[in-house]
Design a protein around this ligand. Sequence first.
Ligand SMILES: Nc1ncnc2c1ncn2[C@@H]1O[C@H](COP(=O)(O)OP(=O)(O)O)[C@@H](O)[C@H]1O
Ligand SMILES: [Mg+2]
Length: 231
Amino acid sequence: MDERIKSGISGFDQLIGSGIVKNTVTVLYGSPGAGKSIFCTSFLRQGLKDGEKVFYISLEQDIDSFLREADTLGFSEFRKELNSNFIFTKMTGHDFKNFLSIELPKILESRRDKHSRVVIDPLTPFIWEVKDIAIQRNVLGDTFNLLKKFGTAVVTIERYGDMNKLELMEDVAIPIYLSDSAVLMSMVYNQNFYQKTISILKMRFSSHSAGMHPFDITDTGMKIFQDQPVF
Ligand SMILES: Nc1ncnc2c1ncn2[C@@H]1O[C@H](COP(=O)(O)OP(=O)(O)O)[C@@H](O)[C@H]1O
Ligand SMILES: [Mg+2]
């Protein structure tokens, strides 16, 4: 039986059996504001609670903005563990290909001895920069293999277009193809408001929910209502 770890997201583990299978890469994709970064923060916080080393590789926000959000959610572990069990790296510059191939292995090397959680949030600038899908496939294939060697990873991608359709657009095709698991976070419009929802497209080694599940983000984090219909 595959070993699993707690996701740290209330209601998520029940949708996928009993937690995320260790040494896998999950691609989390969805519209801006859907809650992808909060999912990642909750996932890493669980790692800190469980005594793991956690890495947040940001291609977007800096450490101050990250800690400010963590404080808002009451996730005090990040400030306490910064630079010990919590390693934050802001990817600067525009050479994302070089970053993933050369810098990322060096960053992860600092923790070879135990299971780590790694987040790349978001991978989108790399996809924008590297249009050639053969290069995307090579670089991301190597990156995902590296991530799996070190632990369990979540990689996010911003997705634009019709969020109510599961159809895969070109921007997410290669990462999803290379991933072990793919999770879509979308907003469904009904009667003047947007409900945040989460759906599992694929989850290797797991029997998972085929439903679209509503969730809320509150001051204490994310909560999925696994037994409720979206409307
Ligand atoms: N304290 C909070 N209470 C309610 N909703 C919140 C709170 N903090 C964040 N949110 C919601 O989460 C969204 C941001 O989530 P985020 O994870 O940054 O999205 P993404 O990374 O997918 O763009 C906000 O637009 C808001 O809807
Ligand atoms: Mg985000």
